[in-house]
Design a protein around this ligand. Structure first.
Ligand code: ADP
Ligand code: MG
Ligand code: MG
Length: 895
C-alpha cells in the first residue's frame, strides 16, 4: 500500500488569527457560516479563532450508523489545541478556561437547525476561573446559567420553560423585576437550582466534563440535521438531504462584560428599502441572542437612525465611537469584497470588535431591486449580474397596491394568500351584486363560500375576492391571479349567510355593504379601510426590467381577453397576447341570451340566426383588443368550453332565465339535460364544437377578420391575429379547421376587397397532439402549448379534483411540486420537447409558445428557454416576472 491511498480525509478546518484553511468558495464543505468565518479570517478581520467540522463528516456520520469518522476526534483535538494556542487559554483549565460556542451551519441558512450553544466549557470550577479572569463574578455566573439553560434545552432536550420558571421564582422571592437586579450570589443560587432541576429531570447530573459537553453539542448539531423541523424546511426549499450540516466551534468573546461590551447585528444597506445606509441594532452588556430575543429593546447603530427614530439611548456611533469607526470600515470592506449587501453579526468585548458572521442579506423585493441597480451603477457588479440578483417571483410584491407597512391591521379572518395585493371595498355576497355595484363605480369585495365559472364577471367587477373554502388552486385563486385581483381563499373562520346578507367571523358579524380590506399577499381579511401604497413601476424597477429585456431571448406575452387586462399587460411590457379566451366574451349579460338561443336552436339555420346577433359584439371585443395591442400578435382561441356551461345550472335559474328571455322553459330544461356530460373535460368541447357546428367557428373567424380589417382601415397599425383551435388531436382535424378558417377569411377579404396577415394554429393540450405534431404542423402555422390541460390529460388528473389527493403525494415526496403550478418538465416536458422537434421537422419556422399558469412560473420558463420555444404567455400581472425569469434563463444558458 502506498501512502497516498492512506491520505487522510481532512474533516476539520481551522480559522482565525489572520488565516484560515478554508475560504468563501468552500460553502459546500464548510457550510455558509464556516466558509465565511474562514474568509473573514483570511481577510485579516478580527474573528475569534475556531474550527469547522465539515458537512462531509455529517454525511459520513449518517452513512455509517451514526458513527464519527475515526480520525475526527484526533483532528478536533489538534484544532482545539491551535485555538488554545491562539487565545492563550485552555479548554477545561480552571485557572484560565477557554470557552467556545458550538454553531450549526449548512450550505444554506436553515431555521430548522440546532440553536447555537454559547459559553461551552463552563463548569463549577471553570466558572470561578472565568470570574477571576474577568474580575466579575456576576458576569461569570450569568454566563454559566445561560450555558446550562441553552445546553439543557438544545442538547439535552429539556424544556426551557422549566428554567424560566426557576428564574421567575427567584426574582419573585428577591422582589426584583429585571435580570440586572440579580447579584453574583443570586446567579450562583440560580445555577444550583438549574443543576438540581436537570438532575431531577434526567436522573443524572449536568455534564461537568468540557470534552463531554463538546461532543454532546457536536452530536446534537448532526442530529438536528434529521429533526422534523429541518426535514420540513428542506422539503419546502428543495434542499437535498445529502448536503449535510457543518459544525462550527469557536472561541467565545463576551459582549456581556460591562458597559464597554456589546453585541449586535447589522446590514450594510437597509434590507427593507435597499437604501445605501448602514442599518442595525445593538445592545450594550449583552450576549448573542439577547438582541433578537426581545427581552431588552436594542438600540440603533448609527446616530442618524437613532435621531430618526427619536430614540433617547445612545447609538453605537455615540456610545463607542472608536469601535464604531472600525466597524464601519470593516462592513464596507465586506460589502465590496462579497459584492453584495451583507448581514453581519458582531460582538464588542471591552472595547474590542469581533466579527462573528457575515452572509448575503435577505431583503424585500424593493430592496433587492434598489441594491442590484445601484451596485451595477457603481460598477460593483455587471448589469447581467444585477438581473440575476432579483428573485423573479418576488416582483409580485411590487406589482400590486399593498397595505402600508405601518398601517393598523384589525384582522377579522385569515385564509390563504391566494392572489397578492390588497383591496378595499364594500362586502357583497353575490356575483350579480358585485357586477351591479361595480358598474355603478363602487369598490366591492366579493365574499363567497366558493366561486364557480358563472361568477367570473362579478369577480372581474370586484376589487378583491374572499372565499371561505378552497385552496391555492381553487377556482377563485386561479381566476383571481389571472385577473390580478387580490384574493384570500379558504378563510375557514368565515360563516357566510348569503340570504341574511351577513357573515360571522371570530365572534363578529359583518353585513353586506360594510367596508373590509383584504391582504392577498398575507391571507388576511381586515375590518375597515386600511392605508395602502401604490406600486412603483418606474425608477429601479424600470431600469432592471430594461436590463432583463436586453438579456432575454424568449418573448413574453399575456393571457388577456378584456380591454383592462390588455392594457395592464402592455403597461407591464407584454409583447402580444398569447391567449385570448373567447368564451369569457360570451358570458356578458347582453350576449348570453343570444348564446343560449344559439344553443337551443333546432337546426343550423337557427344557430346561424343567433350567431349573427353575437357577431357584432364579438367583433367589437376584438377591435378594442387589436387597438390596444397596436399590431402586436394576438392569439385568439376559438370557443372551447362545452356548451352546457352557458346554460343555467339549477331549475330555479332556468325558470328565471326563461322568464327573462322569453325562451321556452321546458325546452331549456330538456336541452340542458341533453347537454349534460359524464366527463365534460373529455367531452364535447374544444375544436370538436367547431367540427360539429362549423358555423360557430365561422362566425368567430369572421368577427376576428372583420375587426382586424376595420382597425387596419382606420389607419392604426395592422393587427396580426393568430387564430387558434383548441384541443386538436389529429392532423385531419387540423386540416379541416385550417380549411374552414382560410375559407372564411378569404370570403371576408373578398367581400371587403382587402387583405390581412393572419395565421392559423393549434393549441397543443392532448398527448396525441404532441406525439403527432408532424401531422398537425402540415397545416398548423403555430403551436401554443396549453399546459393546464396538457398536464391534466398527461397525468389523467383533473385539476379541480386534484386538491383531494395531491397534498398526500407531495407529503410523500412522490410529487415534488404541484404540477399545475410548476411544469412537470419530465413527462409533460417530454411531450413538449417531442412536439417541438416533430413540428419543426415539418415546418422549420413554426412559431412555438406556451400559455396557461406555467407561462408565469420561473422554473417552467427556464424549461421553455431550454427547449427553445419562441414565447411564453402568462397573466398580465405576471408579465414582469416572466420577463425577468426569461432573462435569467437566457443568462444561465450562456453560463
Ligand atoms: P444563527 O445561525 O441562529 O444566527 P449563530 O451561530 O450565528 O446562530 O449564533 C447566534 C449568536 O450567538 C451570534 O449572533 C452571536 O451573537 C452569538 N455567538 C456565536 N458564537 C459566538 C462566539 N464565539 N462568541 C460570542 N458570541 C457568539
Ligand atoms: Mg447568526
Ligand atoms: Mg384547454
Amino acid at each position: 500500500m502506498t501512502t497516498s491511498t492512506l491520505a487522510k480525509t481532512q474533516w476539520v478546518y481551522a480559522f482565525g488569527g489572520g488565516s484560515a484553511e478554508g475560504d468563501a468558495s468552500m460553502k459546500d464543505l464548510l457550510g455558509g457560516k464556516g466558509a465565511n468565518l474562514a474568509e473573514m479570517s483570511s481577510l485579516g478581520l478580527p474573528v475569534p479563532p475556531g474550527f469547522t467540522i465539515t458537512t462531509a463528516a455529517c454525511n459520513h456520520y449518517y452513512a455509517n450508523g451514526k458513527a464519527y469518522p475515526t480520525e475526527l476526534e484526533a483532528q478536533v483535538q489538534t484544532a482545539l489545541a491551535a485555538v488554545e494556542a491562539a487565545t492563550g487559554k485552555r479548554f477545561g483549565d480552571p485557572a484560565n478556561p477557554l470557552l467556545v460556542s458550538v454553531r450549526s451551519g449548512a450550505r444554506a441558512s436553515m431555521p430548522g437547525m440546532m440553536d447555537t450553544v454559547l459559553n461551552l466549557g463552563l463548569n463549577d470550577e471553570t466558572v470561578e476561573g472565568l470570574a477571576r479572569l474577568a474580575g466579575d463574578r456576576r458576569f461569570a455566573f450569568d454566563s454559566y446559567r445561560r450555558f446550562i439553560q441553552m445546553y439543557s434545552n438544545v442538547v439535552l432536550g429539556l424544556d426551557h420553560h422549566m428554567f424560566e420558571e426557576i428564574l421567575d421564582d427567584k426574582k419573585d422571592a428577591l422582589n426584583v423585576y429585571v435580570d440586572t437586579g440579580l447579584s453574583a450570589d443570586d446567579w450562583q443560587a440560580v445555577v444550583a437550582d438549574y443543576k438540581a432541576a436537570v438532575q431531577a429531570e434526567l436522573g443524572h447530573p449536568f455534564p461537568q466534563d468540557p470534552a463531554q459537553q463538546l461532543w454532546g453539542a457536536i452530536g446534537a448539531v448532526f442530529a438536528s440535521w434529521m429533526n422534523d423541523r429541518a426535514k420540513f424546511y428542506r422539503r419546502m426549499h428543495d434542499i437535498p438531504e445529502s448536503w449535510g450540516t457543518a459544525v462550527n466551534v469557536q472561541s467565545m468573546v463576551f459582549g456581556n462584560m460591562g458597559d464597554t461590551s456589546a453585541t449586535g447585528v447589522a446590514f450594510t444597506r437597509n434590507p427593507s428599502t435597499g437604501e445605501n445606509k448602514l442599518y442595525g441594532e445593538f445592545l450594550i452588556n449583552a450576549q448573542g441572542e439577547d438582541v433578537v430575543a426581545g427581552i431588552r429593546t436594542p438600540q440603533p447603530i448609527t446616530k442618524a437612525a437613532r435621531e430618526e427614530m427619536g430614540d433617547k439611548n445612545p447609538s453605537m456611533e455615540e456610545a463607542m465611537p472608536e469601535v464604531f469607526t472600525q466597524f464601519k470600515a470593516v462592513v464596507e470592506r465586506l460589502e465590496r469584497h462579497y459584492r453584495d449587501m451583507q448581514d453581519i453579526e458582531f460582538t464588542v468585548e471591552r472595547g474590542r470588535l469581533y466579527m462573528l458572521q457575515t452572509r448575503n442579506g435577505k431583503r424585500t423585493a424593493k430592496a433587492a431591486l434598489k441594491v442590484a441597480v445601484e451596485m451595477a451603477a457603481d460598477g460593483l457588479i455587471t448589469q447581467d449580474e444585477a438581473v440575476r440578483r432579483v428573485e423573479p417571483a418576488s416582483l409580485d410584491q411590487l406589482l400590486h397596491p399593498t397595505i402600508a407597512p405601518d398601517a393598523e391591521r384589525d384582522v377579522v379572518a385569515t385564509g390563504l394568500p391566494a392572489s397578492p395585493g390588497a383591496a378595499t371595498g364594500k362586502i357583497v355576497f353575490s356575483a350579480e351584486e358585485a357586477e351591479r355595484l361595480g358598474a355603478a363605480g363602487e369598490d366591492v369585495i366579493l365574499v363567497r363560500e366558493e366561486t364557480s365559472p358563472e361568477d367570473i364577471r362579478g369577480m372581474d367587477a370586484a376589487r378583491g375576492i374572499v372565499t371561505a373554502r378552497g385552496g391555492m388552486t381553487s377556482h377563485a385563486a386561479v381566476v383571481a391571479r389571472g385577473m390580478g385581483r387580490p384574493c384570500v381563499s379558504g378563510a375557514g373562520d368565515l360563516q357566510i349567510d348569503e340570504k341574511a346578507g351577513e357573515m360571522r367571523a371570530r365572534g363578529r358579524t359583518l353585513k353586506a355593504g360594510d367596508i373590509i380590506t383584504i391582504d392577498g399577499s398575507k391571507g388576511d381579511v381586515l375590518s375597515g379601510a386600511v392605508k395602502m401604497v401604490e406600486p412603483e413601476l418606474s425608477g429601479d424597477f424600470a431600469t432592471l426590467m430594461a436590463w432583463a429585456d436586453a438579456a432575454r431571448r424568449l418573448k413574453v406575452r399575456a393571457n388577456a381577453e378584456t380591454a383592462t387586462d390588455a392594457r395592464t399587460a402592455r403597461q407591464f411590457g407584454a409583447e402580444g397576447i398569447g391567449l385570448c379566451r373567447t368564451e369569457h366574451m360570451f358570458f356578458d349579460d347582453a350576449r348570453i341570451a343570444a348564446v343560449r338561443e344559439m344553443i337551443l336552436a333546432d337546426d343550423e339555420a337557427g344557430r346561424r340566426a343567433a350567431l349573427a346577433k353575437i357577431l357584432p359584439m364579438q367583433k367589437g371585443d376584438f377591435v378594442s383588443l387589436f387597438e390596444i395591442m397596436e399590431g402586436l400578435p394576438v392569439t385568439i382561441r376559438l370557443l372551447d368550453p362545452p356548451l352546457h356551461e352557458f346554460l343555467p345550472h339549477t331549475e330555479e335559474d332556468l325558470t328565471a332565465v326563461a322568464e327573462a328571455t322569453g325562451l321556452d322553459a321546458a325546452k331549456l330544461l330538456r336541452r340542458a339535460k341533453e347537454l349534460r356530460e359524464t366527463n365534460p373535460m373529455l367531452g364535447h368541447r374544444g375544436c370538436r364544437l367547431g367540427v360539429s357546428y362549423p358555423e360557430i367557428y365561422e362566425m368567430q373567424v369572421r368577427a376576428i377578420i372583420e375587426a382586424a380589417l376595420d382597425v387596419a382601415a382606420s389607419g392604426r397599425p395592422a393587427p396580426t391575429p393568430e387564430i387558434m383551435h383548441p384541443l386538436v388531436a389529429k392532423g385531419e382535424e387540423m386540416n379541416y379547421l385550417k380549411a374552414l378558417t382560410d375559407r372564411t377569411v378569404k370570403q371576408v377579404c373578398e367581400e371587403r376587397g382587402a387583405t390581412i396577415e393572419y395565421s392559423v394554429g393549434a393549441m397543443v393540450e392532448l398527448p396525441r397532439a404532441a406525439l403527432r405534431a408532424a401531422d398537425l404542423a402540415k397545416s398548423a402555422e403555430f403551436f401554443s402549448f396549453g399546459t393546464n390541460d396538457l398536464t391534466q390529460t398527461t397525468f389523467g388528473i383533473s385539476r379541480d379534483d386534484s386538491g383531494r389527493f395531491l397534498n398526500a403525494y407531495i407529503d410523500k415526496g412522490i410529487f415534488e411540486k404541484d404540477p399545475f403550478v410548476s411544469l412537470d418538465t419530465e413527462g409533460v416536458g417530454d411531450l413538449i420537447r417531442i412536439a417541438t422537434e416533430r413540428g419543426r421537422a415539418v415546418r422549420p419556422d413554426i412559431k412555438l409558445g406556451i400559455c396557461g399558469e406555467h407561462g408565469g412560473d420561473p422554473a417552467s420558463i427556464a424549461f421553455c428557454e431550454d427547449v427553445g420555444l419562441d414565447y411564453v404567455s402568462c397573466s398580465p400581472y405576471r408579465v414582469p416576472i416572466a420577463r425577468l425569469a426569461a432573462a435569467q434563463a437566457a443568462l444561465n444558458r450562456k453560463g
